[in-house]
Design a binder for this molecule. Structure first.
Ligand code: HEM
Length: 319
């Protein structure tokens, strides 16, 4: 009995204790909710404050990433030229070859200030926007903007309606001029890609027209070498004109910019196919440059004629 009572009393006391516990934790909870926010409330607060900030940051990052991607795409098209440079040294290679149609290139004709000006020469497209003032609508060289007007570089025909990309009829010397401009754009401007049309096909491969144009340039270079060699052999004369003296031609060790260890004597050089003779300085001693024989230099060259009134060994002649 006493044990039973004891147990009862213990259970009761446990119950009381437990009730007391309930009361205590409820009270505690109440107290806590008054003095300090709960975990859920704290989370909610952080969530509502930080969420908009996070959204703004993520949106910003996304915009930045997309813009970068777009810029990268444009940059891809404006890499340096492909191929091999002097001495077989490889130049920067674009990841992707940019090919434009005539219509696409035409958008870059300088009429829209927001679109960079491009031009093509022998089918190679260059971004000439940094020299925009030369090419924009109304400027002197607008004939080249947004199209390929290769022959105009040597013919000087600057009307857009007359311009063409066809170099047919140009001489090897003219094509050397074209090559000079090509080198200029290579050096001074950014290569964009190729124009699909006369000089490159839809896969960017060179056409027959380009091979022919290149062959003409090679011929021009060959002729230029011959000309350089002839200029060394027969340098031009110095010349002067005055009212009192009239015309005077003479030779010196650097006439026509050819520095040499001989002076020579003035002669009229008649060349087959050339209407007017040219005054050149001819070696008057040593072996002939044609035969390697004799001791009168090139005085006996059949293309050379003495100036009337001038002595065989005179270094200057009054005309
Ligand atoms: C076939 C004949 C000619 C062609 C194809 C030609 C072509 C050009 C081209 C394409 C430019 C722009 C170069 C660049 O992008 O930096 C240029 C600039 C220039 N050209 Fe010509 N040109 C010719 C004749 C002349 C002549 C005869 C003169 C002078 C009398 C001349 C004077 C100039 C000047 C001064 C500039 C620079 C303008 C500046 O920096 O503002 N050009 N030329």
């Amino acid at each position: 009995m006493s044990r039973e009572r004891n147990i009862k009393s213990t259970k009761k006391s446990e119950k009381i204790e437990s009730d007391h516990d309930d009361y205590t934790s409820a009270q505690k909870e109440k107290d806590v909710s008054v003095s300090k926010p709960s975990g859920v409330q704290t989370f909610a607060k952080i969530y509502y404050v930080l969420m908009p900030v996070l959204v703004v940051i993520i949106a910003g990052l996304l915009t930045f990433a997309v813009t970068r991607q777009e810029t990268a795409t444009i940059v891809k098209g404006t890499t340096k030229e492909t191929g091999t440079g002097k001495g077989g040294k490889a130049k920067e290679t674009p990841k992707k070859e940019v090919l434009l149609t005539a219509e696409e290139l035409a958008k870059h004709d300088g009429s829209d200030p927001n679109i960079p000006v491009y031009l093509a020469i022998l089918g190679r497209i260059y971004d000439v926007d940094k020299g925009r003032r030369h090419y924009e609508v109304g400027s002197g060289y607008n004939v080249f903007a947004g199209r390929d007007s290769t022959p105009s570089f040597v013919t000087g025909k600057f009307a857009r309606e007359d311009a063409t990309d066809d170099v047919k009829g140009l001489s090897p010397e003219d094509m050397m001029g074209v090559k000079g401009w090509l080198d200029f754009y290579r050096k001074d401007y950014t290569y964009v890609g190729k124009l699909i049309g006369r000089y490159y096909d839809s896969e960017g491969k060179p056409t027959e027209a380009l091979q022919e144009a290149k062959a003409l340039i090679k011929e021009g270079q060959r002729l230029q070498k011959l000309q350089d060699a002839e200029n060394k052999r027969f340098p031009g004369c110095n010349s002067r004109w005055s009212k009192d003296e009239g015309s005077l031609v003479w030779c010196s060790e650097n006439s026509a910019g050819i520095n040499r260890d001989w002076v020579g004597v003035p002669r009229r050089m008649f060349k087959p196919g050339k209407k007017d003779p040219k005054c050149v300085c001819v070696k008057a001693t040593g072996p002939s440059s044609d035969t390697g024989e004799g001791n009168e230099g090139d005085l006996n060259n059949p293309n050379m004629k003495l100036y009337p009134g001038c002595g065989k060994y005179d270094v200057s002649c009054k005309l």
